[in-house]
Design a protein. Structure first.
Length: 250
């Protein structure tokens, strides 16, 4: 398939050469910059390279684990390499093999000027981003609580609460690792959102524990009420906040 077909701009006249001497790629047409049809993960990989050039796929995976996973997700290393190959075919990144100075040969990737232009056009697009996708396995298990041993439900929620606290600590470590350089301003905003999201998840977990306590989960009476379906939940009680759950400043 031709590259212009991949970009969705088939049968258009060849765009002119740019003033900086680069030959225009298919996402430039009559002075306007568009972007190719790519999955969001491809844009995320390209976005990682917009901060740090000359990186291996393994480097990008480590950085995704330390940043992207807190608000999007961290793609598998195989998917990162697949997206890098796709981006290179489209001329949005280039790669080079490492020299003999490195003990093991590696392929390093760099975003091209055309790749940065396409990424900028995508980032500035006003198209609707779509709703977030929520799949909460714990809440699904609670929804099926009439089939479970009541005490087990409380254990599951407590484990989720503890796991969320650990994740919150990791988010705050990532926040503290962002330097004072200007390029860190917007990642700091994104990770700040993640911090608040984890705090909200802790509050929801505490409220759910209060609801389960009112249903008597873990007690003989609670088991009977859950079995006959007559349990009713009351409004959640005020949350008992732990010191480590308080939002950070800045």
């Amino acid at each position: 398939m031709r590259k212009d077909a991949i970009f969705g701009l088939r049968d258009r006249a060849a765009p002119p050469r740019l003033q900086d001497g680069r030959t225009s790629t298919p996402h430039r047409h009559q002075g306007a910059t568009t972007y190719p049809r790519l999955p969001v993960t491809a844009w995320a990989v390209l976005g990682l390279l917009s901060f740090r050039d000359d990186r291996t796929g393994y480097d990008l995976k480590k950085w995704a684990d330390a940043s992207l996973r807190f608000f999007y997700w961290s793609p598998a290393i195989s998917q990162i390499y697949a997206e890098l190959r796709r981006l290179e075919e489209l001329g949005l990144v280039t790669s080079r093999r490492s020299g003999p100075e490195e003990p093991r040969a590696k392929r390093r990737y760099t975003i091209t000027p055309d790749g940065r232009d396409a990424l900028t056009a995508w980032a500035e697009s006003t198209h609707d981003c779509g709703p977030p996708v929520l799949k909460h396995p714990l809440v699904l298990r609670i929804w099926l609580g009439h089939l479970a041993v009541p005490g087990t439900l409380r254990t599951l929620v407590e484990r989720h609460r503890d796991r969320t606290r650990a994740a919150l600590r990791e988010v705050r470590e990532a926040l503290s690792g962002i330097g004072a350089e200007r390029e860190g301003d917007f990642p700091r905003v994104a990770l700040g959102w993640s911090e608040r999201q984890h705090l909200a998840e802790l509050e929801l977990a505490e409220a759910m524990l209060a609801d389960l306590e009112r249903l008597g989960c873990g007690t003989p009476e609670g088991a009977r009420r859950a079995a006959d379906g007559r349990g009713r939940s009351a409004p959640p009680a005020p949350r008992r906040q732990h010191a480590e759950d308080a939002p950070t400043h800045g």
